[in-house]
Design a protein around this ligand. Structure first.
Ligand code: ATP
Length: 191
C-alpha cells in the first residue's frame, strides 16, 4: 500500500529540525512521498503574522532541492485565511483513496490534537505520527487518534529561535540548511 506523509507547518523559516523530521519519517515509515504543506496562517499562532508565503516557499524549495521523495504543496497558501488541517487531509483522502496517510507532528502538538477542527473525522482519515522534540515530555495520544511515534533525530531548533538569532545578528549556520542561510543573508530576510 502506498504510504504518503503530510507535514504541515509555518516553515518560517524551514530549519534543520524540520529536515530531520522528514528524514526520519521517510526512513522509518518507508514513505513513498512526503509533502511539505506551508500554512497560510496557523490556527495555533493567530496573533503572529508569518513572513510572506513566497519567501517561506522559496526557502523550502532550497532546503528540499534534490530530495526526490519530498514535494511542496501550496494548497493552504492558495486557499488563504486560517489553515485547518482537516481541509488539507480531506483533499488528500479524496485524491489518494487507496493510500495510507501519515500526518507528521512534533511532540509539542500531541497534547492538543483533540482540539483540532473536526478531530473525529481527522482521526479517521489519517494516521498521526509524532516526532520527538527536545524539551517535550512524551504525551499519551488523545482518543480517538491513532498515533505512531518515531525515534527521529531530536534536534532542539525552532523557527522562532532562528528568527531571533538573525534579528540579533547571530549566525544560524548549522541550524538551517546552507542554501537557506545563504538566501536569508542575501535577501536580508528576518532582520
Ligand atoms: P516556531 O518556533 O515559529 O513556533 P517551529 O520551529 O515549531 O516554529 P513550525 O513550522 O511551526 O516550526 O513546525 C511545523 C511542525 O514541525 C510542527 O508539527 C512542529 O512540532 C514540528 N517541528 C518543528 N521543529 C521541530 C523539531 N526541532 N523537532 C521536531 N519537530 C519539529
Amino acid at each position: 500500500m502506498e504510504r504518503i506523509g503530510l507535514f504541515g507547518g509555518s516553515f518560517d523559516p524551514v530549519h534543520c529540525g524540520h529536515w530531520l523530521v522528514a528524514q526520519a519519517a521517510l526512513e522509518e515509515l518507508q514513505l513513498t512521498r512526503l509533502y511539505f504543506i506551508p500554512a497560510a496562517q496557523s490556527p495555533f499562532k493567530p496573533q503572529s503574522e508569518p513572513a510572506p508565503a513566497a519567501q517561506r516557499v522559496r526557502l523550502l524549495r532550497l532546503a528540499l532541492a534534490g530530495q526526490t521523495r519530498c514535494e511542496i504543496d501550496t494548497q493552504e497558501i492558495l486557499r488563504g485565511g486560517m489553515s485547518y488541517t482537516i481541509d488539507t487531509v480531506r483533499d488528500y483522502a479524496r485524491r489518494f483513496p487507496r493510500a495510507q496517510l501519515c500526518y507528521l507532528i512534533g511532540a509539542d502538538h500531541l497534547g492538543q490534537l483533540s482540539r483540532w477542527r473536526a478531530a473525529g473525522e481527522l482521526a479517521q482519515l489519517t494516521q498521526f505520527v509524532a516526532v520527538p522534540r527536545p524539551g517535550q515530555a512524551g504525551t499519551a495520544a488523545p482518543r480517538p487518534f491513532r498515533v505512531l511515534s518515531l525515534h527521529g533525530f531530536p534536534l532542539a531548533v525552532s523557527s522562532s529561535q532562528v528568527r531571533t538569532r538573525i534579528r540579533s545578528g547571530l549566525s544560524v549556520a548549522g541550524l538551517v540548511p546552507p542554501a537557506v542561510a545563504e538566501a536569508i543573508a542575501r535577501e536580508g530576510w528576518y532582520r
